[in-house]
Design a protein around this ligand. Sequence first.
Ligand code: T4K
Length: 375
Amino acid sequence: MIRAFEKPIYVTKPFLPPLEEFCQGLSEIWESRWLTNNGPVLKRFTRELCHFFDTENLCLFNNGTLALQIALQGMRLSGEVITTPFTFVATTHALYWNQIRPVFVDITPDCYTLDPDKVEAAITPWTSAILAVHVYGHPCNLKALADIAARHHLKLIYDAAHAFGVKVGDKSIAHYGDLSMFSFHATKLYHSLEGGLLVFDEAALKGVFDFLKNFGFKNELEVVMPGTNAKMNEMQSLMGSLMLKYLERLIRRRAAITALYRQFLGQLSGIRLVPPLPSDIKYNYAYMPIEVSEQEFGMSRDSLYEQLKEYNVHARRYFYPLVCDYACYRNVSVTDPLTVARRVADRILTLPIYEDLQDSEVERICEIVAHLHRN
Ligand code: T4K
């Protein structure tokens, strides 16, 4: 008999730096009375990120969704954009808010990222860009997508919401494509309470993004474009800045948790794990996805999800349903049968993973899964 957890085990639990460190930073904010609108802490955080990414071409926002919306707006994209349905709704919402039609195409079965062959087949004279997602932090097929974008003169944008800290070769994942958006939401392995970041190739976009996130103000008297309010404030910037020094430790701990899960779950029939990523990828272990095959496992993904809750384990079905199946996108015509995306969305379950999840807790979660499998 396996006991249920006394306290809920959620899919994630935000890491926080020691309270004293945050309080120290807060006292500086209290002293300065500068709370938002390009304050000193935001400027310091921006410099730290410029160093981290080795580029000046970046811009901070109050969340990832607005960052992506502004990216599309600032790059003046229109018409159709080819994208994935296997993502968080915000990816598609950002297109919709820019009056761009999403063209959903299928994903690959190994890492769940856009299938380059399907992308190429979906290009029309109205296509302006590809919006791919490094889902769970898994890098997309960077080379193939870059090749397609170059041949068809399309912009290549990455929703890298999950991919902070990921490197390919010796380069940050941010340096692939024309632009990448990172989310710093509390549920991400690295966060600034809420926050978003754009890293881009073209230096001239910086000025545009700075205008767009601050109502379009150039100075007190001039508004040069109809911007919005998407500024990161000083408390967010403080958290982001403090968190940077813990990033490697967080990734290491997540790697260890992932290894434990893989060791236990890899032996269960009906559970599919993502194959190990190529050795030139430095992964961030952002999520712990498993695929549940009802026939082999003896229980559907949904039953497993529900039964885990009885044990106080709150896994999540990221990303089910597919975005194109939400009521607000059902009128978007989809020609690709999305065979892989549909199969994956019906089977996927993301298990708890966070810094202070104990080894014993991972083992117990795996024992519960094995117990449910046997019974
Ligand atoms: N693109 C992609 C591919 C994304 O995944 C996202 C966001 C975006 C774009 C947009 O970026 P942001 O605008 O969010 O920066 C969560 C997050 O809210 C969302 O940021 C994230 N993706 C998405 C995958 O997950 P929910 O609705 O599932 O979160 P929620 O509130 O149910 O939290 C999940 C669990 O985390 C809770 O059961 C408990 C735990 N939790 C959560 C919060 C907020 C905590 O322990 N503490 C907390 O403060 O969307």
